[in-house]
Design a protein around this ligand. Structure first.
Ligand SMILES: [Zn+2]
Length: 498
């Protein structure tokens, strides 16, 4: 029985979808004005793991993630770069899809864009106005927070306290400082749409209410997002949707904890701001996902090179076993022994810990216990048949690959021959001579790129008459079966295949 910690009720509750086996799930997506940072990546990966676990349980998940493509930040970027807002959003939507794919994140069923849902957004604001929850001040439409008696039920904030804490508002048009914009009157040089209140554009919160309703219905199962969205974004979504539709908006609210870098809050001003794109140049998606999975989604997560390296090292055990399994299955040993091994125990254990509010650290631990036991069985038995290894593969495929995305069979089988044999060693040699840690070598192109990088370093050393370094590099390469041939024009490498 799956239990989920629900931000709305502040307790773990048994998960009961409205229309099983279907589950409707909405996650707040990116504002597409820049590459997304590693904190956003945590939201995308966590929601991906939750979705995949629900699918593992047999649910049929409809997964919707919005793309905010009209926003102050987008307009600012468009002015800075002197390109149209559409060019800005197109560029970063493309980058978003590339980056999530590189993170092994499964695509959502629908990625609704705000600019493509103006009709739905305007309809919902009209409904709120008709029901007395919204008021128009000269083309700006605001939500009247005091009219919604349940305001604060998600975040646990009280209206009185919020008002005490709010600063004196510059915006005198609003009746109350807590009221928020549903529709913003057009300003000179900004994109706008026609509406019953004049030309303008929607506020951010109403987008999610209108688009989730359009694609998932007035009441749906799961809404997720980062902790920082609980207030005011999600609180306002509840207020808008429940006032407009007169129904409960969402049954289960899931929120992801913050991500700190080297134990400090990530911020552009202190210079520890990292995009997912940059991190992916140094570490594989599997490594990043492993680090994420090792912390429960709700808690804070520390992100550092040290922890990433540890995660990478941990994954070696998994990859080694998966590779062995592939080789054994290929050998088609039909008449060998079938050692006693309780596969069901691991299935049950995995489901038990994951059913407890998606306890991924425990889920990872179950996989590594499994690896340990399989290795022990393999060491203690001779001539094991391939059926045993097929069962091992099936467990790893469902859990490590299917739910967590920390094992990539495509890469495993692509890493063949000499790339696999020497790729790791070549990377270590390159890393000795440059400041930044390079990503894993996965293909012959990568290998060629890295070897050329080494040659460059060695040529530079020779030019600077640093022959000790040039010889050191030659010797290091010789040891792993790569010989260098110096000609007059340039140096070439040859790989002696064993
Ligand atoms: Zn949202």
């Amino acid at each position: 029985m799956l239990k989920i910690y629900n931000t709305l009720t502040k307790q773990k509750e048994e998960f009961k979808p409205i229309n099983p086996p279907n589950v409707n799930m909405y996650v707040c997506g990116p504002t597409v004005y820049d590459y997304f940072h590693i904190g956003n990546a945590r939201t995308f990966v966590n929601s991906d793991i939750i979705r995949k676990y629900l699918e593992y349980k047999g649910y049929n998940v409809k997964f919707v993630m919005n793309l905010t493509d009209v926003d102050d930040k987008i307009i600012k970027k468009s002015n800075e770069e002197k390109i149209g807002t559409e060019e800005v959003t197109e560029k970063y939507i493309k980058a978003f899809f590339e980056d999530i794919e590189n993170l092994n994140v499964k695509r959502a069923d629908i990625y609704p864009k705000a600019t493509a849902h103006m009709k739905n957004i305007i309809e919902m604001i009209k409904k709120l106005e008709q029901k007395g929850f919204a008021y128009n001040v000269d083309g700006n439409v605001f939500y009247d927070v005091k009219k919604f008696k349940d305001y604060g039920k998600l975040s646990g904030k009280k209206i009185d306290e919020l008002e005490l804490g709010s600063r004196v508002e510059v915006n005198v048009e609003k009746k109350d400082p807590l009221d928020f914009a549903l529709w913003k009157k057009a300003k000179e040089g900004e994109p706008y749409w026609e509406s019953p209140w004049g030309n303008g554009r929607p506020g951010w919160h109403i987008e999610c209410s209108a688009m989730s309703c359009k694609h998932l219905g007035e009441t749906f199962d799961i809404h997720a997002g980062g902790n920082d969205l609980i207030f005011p974004h999600h609180e306002n979504e509840v207020a808008q949707s429940e006032a407009a539709n007169g129904k409960k908006f969402v049954n289960y609210w899931i929120h992801f904890g913050f991500l700190n870098i080297d134990n400090e809050k990530m911020s552009k001003s202190i210079g520890n701001f990292s995009t997912a794109r940059d991190i992916l140049k140094k570490y594989s998606a599997e490594t990043i996902r492993m680090l994420f999975a090792q912390t429960h989604y709700g808690g804070p997560l520390n992100f550092s090179d040290e922890l990433l390296s540890a995660a990478e090292k941990g994954l070696e055990k998994l990859n080694n076993l998966a590779q062995k399994v592939e080789d054994e299955i290929k050998s088609e040993k039909k008449n060998g022994n079938n050692p006693t091994f309780d596969f069901k125990k691991y299935d049950d254990e995995f489901e038990k810990v994951m059913d407890d509010d998606f306890n991924t650290p425990q889920g990872v631990a179950v996989i590594f216990d499994f690896i340990k036991d399989v290795n022990k069985t393999v060491a203690e038995n001779e001539n094991i048949n391939s059926e045993f290894f097929s069962n091992v593969k099936s467990f790893l495929e469902k859990t490590a690959s299917g739910v967590f995305g920390i094992l990539n069979y495509k890469k495993l089988t692509a890493e063949t021959g000499f790339v696999k044999l020497i790729g790791h060693d070549v990377r270590l040699i390159v890393n000795k001579h440059i400041d930044t840690d390079l990503k894993e070598i996965k293909s012959e192109e990568d290998l060629d790129e890295y070897l050329n990088k080494i040659l460059e370093i060695r040529n530079k050393a020779k030019k600077e008459k640093n022959y000790a370094l040039a010889d050191e590099i030659r010797n290091d390469l010789n040891k792993i079966g790569i010989i260098l041939e110096d000609t007059k024009e340039k140096t070439i490498y040859k790989i002696i295949k064993k």
